[in-house]
Design a protein around this ligand. Structure first.
Ligand code: ADP
Ligand code: MG
Ligand code: ZN
Length: 470
């Protein structure tokens, strides 16, 4: 690889406000075409937009969660272009005074992908191509979007995917979007250029429009990197153009070149007032942010002592992390709870979609009850696992499966008697162990567990037996 990969992403995220950005129509997805529309969002003359305050709050929260500065003064602009999905022939967006600037998303390798800006705008309608006809559905027109523009800081396909996944997770945690790429609520335009390693200047970039899946994005970037590298290798140059990814051929193809780059004739939207965001408002919104995925992960590792990989798996889905947090309330050994989630529960929720929905029959409170018994040393890991499986099947409480007697454990004198008996019954294991065969010790522990039906404390039994045979 002699060329460095240089990429910057423009990520569009649909906000999950109840109503659209400039009117009271619902933002619901999947309705009958053209039923969630009104004169404002189909742009009839004489109508006036009114900015939805919730959109501004959501966008500011998105900015705060990505370390942006929130600009005290912002405004809306008209971006003019003619296309059938845009009835007004202009999109209301933000040009030179966006709501948020200068943030970043930190990758696991410690590199920060800087965010140039986050602005708010309205989505366009959707064209549906059917049997040679093109139909237009304006339901999506006026749905609020944020556009997050990164600096060209991304240096590999993997970093691009991680950046998008991190953005997605952050936005889901703060609840501003469901970020479903398959439903189009998160879409990326990816810009790529390459340059010989060591060269300071950026190469000429191409832009692949509207990637709506991370796996397509990865394929498209890889393809485009190789295409550009072949051009440079052959002594040719990259042409600046806008591309589309063809999922059928697995190739990028040209949509338009730089020559027909549009002039959007941006100008201030005269029907909307300046957006003022005083510092107090920013601070109040900051208070509404939950613990973010990276903070959570750090706490799981540094405070709770979980392995990094375990922490990663727990924070990857918001509902899983919330369940875990509730289940470990007042618990001394969170690792035991994490093991049950990553083991027994994830065995049932094998796909990412299932983990995301986290539809299980055990509540966090029920899990907390189980964890308390483990914490008190009354319930050994093995029995806890078996019990959790039954709870997952039935939705019943831990007390429905384990009686007080089951949980009473084995008192010290009984344990001593059982250990003594096990030692006496296994003279060969004693001899083996004393002659250095460490493994022979398992015979004793196995015997004690069998006699107590798994209720004995293995550590205590070990100590007792050692004192008897040495
Ligand atoms: P537009 O695409 O609207 O013309 P910009 O020039 O602001 O807008 O660039 C948009 C995106 O392209 C940004 O995410 C930026 O990081 C990325 N970008 C700009 N220059 C390059 C480059 N030489 N190589 C790769 N990405 C680039
Ligand atoms: Mg662009
Ligand atoms: Zn409307």
């Amino acid at each position: 690889m002699k060329y460095e990969f240089v990429s910057g992403l423009e990520t569009h995220i649909e906000l999950s406000t109840i109503t659209k950005i400039f009117c009271g129509c619902t933002t619901a997805f999947g309705s009958e075409p053209n039923t969630n529309c009104c004169p404002i969002c189909i742009g009839l003359p004489g109508t006036l937009p009114k900015l939805n305050a919730a959109v501004v709050d959501y966008a500011i929260r998105a900015g705060l969660a990505t370390h942006c500065t929130i600009n005290p003064i912002a405004k809306m602009d008209r971006k003019n272009y003619v296309y059938p999905d845009l009835a007004k022939a202009y999109q209301i967006s933000q040009f030179d005074k966006p709501l948020c600037s200068n943030g970043y998303v930190e990758l696991d390798n410690g590199r920060r992908i800087r965010i140039l800006r986050i602005h708010i705008e309205e989505d366009a309608g959707k064209l549906v191509h059917r049997r040679g006809d093109t139909l237009v559905d304006y339901n999506r027109g006026g749905v609020p979007l944020i556009e997050i523009v990164s600096e060209p800081d991304i240096r590999s396909v993997e970093e691009a995917v991680e950046y998008v996944e991190k953005l997605q997770l952050i936005m889901k945690y703060i609840g501003v979007s469901d970020c479903k790429m398959q439903e189009g609520s998160l879409r990326c335009d990816v810009n790529l250029s390459i340059r010989p390693f060591g060269q300071k200047e950026f190469g000429t970039r191409t832009e692949i429009k509207n990637m709506n899946s991370c796996s397509f994005m990865a394929k498209a970037l890889q393809y485009e990197y190789e295409r550009q590298a072949e051009l440079l290798d052959a002594g040719e140059t990259v042409t600046q153009e806008t591309l589309r990814w063809n999922t059928e051929t697995g190739e990028t193809e040209s949509m338009r070149g730089k020559e027909d780059a549009q002039d959007y004739r941006y100008f201030r939207e005269p029907d909307l007032v300046t957006i003022e965001t005083p510092a107090e408002k920013v601070e109040a919104l900051r208070q509404t942010l939950p613990e973010l995925p990276d903070q959570k992960k750090k706490r799981y590792v540094e405070v709770l002592g979980l392995p990094v990989d375990d922490a990663d798996m727990l924070v990857k889905h918001r509902l899983v992390a919330e369940f875990f947090d509730e289940a470990i309330e007042g618990i001394k050994n969170p690792k035991a709870v994490s093991n049950l989630i990553l083991g027994e529960i994830f065995r049932q929720l094998s796909t990412d979609e299932q983990k995301e929905l986290f539809d299980i029959r055990v509540t966090a409170k029920q899990m907390n009850d189980l964890a308390k018994l483990m914490d008190g040393g009354k319930l050994r890991a093995n029995l806890a696992r078996q019990t959790l499986v039954k709870m997952l099947e039935t939705g019943k409480d831990v007390s429905d499966f384990l009686s007080e007697q089951d949980l009473a454990g084995v008192d010290d004198s009984a344990l001593e008697a059982i250990c003594k008996q096990v030692v006496e019954q296994n003279p060969k294991a004693v001899a083996d162990y004393l002659s250095g065969k460490e493994k022979a010790f398992q015979v004793f522990i196995g015997g004690v567990m069998k006699a107590t039906r798994g209720k004995a404390d293995a550590g205590k039994a070990r100590e007792l037996i050692l004192s008897m045979i040495q």
